[in-house]
Design a protein around this ligand. Sequence first.
Ligand code: NAD
Length: 272
Amino acid sequence: MTANDMKLVVVGAAGRMGQALIRVIHETDGVTLHAAVQREGSPFIGKDAGELAGVGTLGVPVTADPLQAFLDAEGVLDFTTPATSVAFSILAAQARIVHVIGTTGCSIEDEEKFKAAGRHARLVKSGNMSLGVNLLGVLVAQAAKALPAAGWDIEILEMHHKHKVDAPSGTALLLGEAAARGRGIDLASQSVRVRDGHTGARPTGTIGFATLRGGSVVGDHSVVLAGEGELVTLSHSARDRSIFARGAVAAALWARDKKPGHYSMLDVLGLS
Ligand code: NAD
C-alpha cells in the first residue's frame, strides 16, 4: 500500500460480487480497501472484510454506516440492488467521488437519478464490467448493421445461477442495446422479452430474449443472428466473477482524474 493508492469503499461487501471486489482490491497495485459496507442488520457487521473474502485480516471491519465509510474515500464500488445504488449515488454525488455501479435490474426512473448524480460524481455504470463482454457488444453492433433485418433475426440467450433475481440479465440488455444500435432501432419498442402460448409468427426486425436459470453459472450469453439457411452466433462465457471485479477496479482508477459525468465501460475501455 502506498500514499497515492486510490481509497475504495466496497458496498454490499458480503455479497458474491462484494467478496470478489475485496479480493481483487487486495491483489491490485494502486488501490486500497478504505471501508466495507453491508446493509443494516447483516450478520457480517463488525467482521473483518478481508477474512470475509478469504484473503486474511485487513483491519477493515464491515460497517452499516455509509456516511462514515465515504469519509475521505475516493471511490465506491457498488454491486447491490437498484434502490441501494440510487441511495449511494446521492451520497457519492455529495462527496463528489467516483461511483462505479454494476447493479442490474434498474428502472428507467433509477437511470434518470443516476444521470442526475453524474452531474457531481464521476459515475461509471455498466450491466457488465468485463472486457470480453464489452468487446462482444461492439462486434454485435457491427454484425447487426451488416446483416439486414429483412433476412436476419436476432435472438439473445442467457443463463445465470439460480440466485439471480432479475431477468433478462443486464448483460443481455447491454447486448440487445448494441444490436439495436447497429440496426438503428429503439430496443424498448422492438424487444420481445417473453414468449408463451400461441404467439403467432416472429415479427420482422424484433430482438428476442430467452432466459435460463440454474446451478452456479456465473454468466453465459449468446447472440444468434439467424438467416435463411445459416446462423451466426457470437458468445461469451464468464467463468469467474473476478472478471467483473477487475473491470470495476479499472473503471474506478480510470475515473479518478475525470470530470463529473455518467460514463460506461465502453468509455473506460476506449471502445466508445
Ligand atoms: P448478492 O445478493 O450476492 O450481493 C448483494 C449484496 O448487497 C448483499 O450482500 C446485500 O446484503 C447487499 N446489500 C443490499 N442492500 C444493501 C444496502 N442498503 N447497504 C449495503 N449493502 C446492501 O448479489 P451479487 O451476485 O453480488 O450481485 C449484485 C448485483 O450485481 C446484481 O444486480 C447483479 O446482477 C449485478 N452484477 C453485475 C455485474 C456487472 O458486471 N455489471 C456482474 C455480476 C453481478
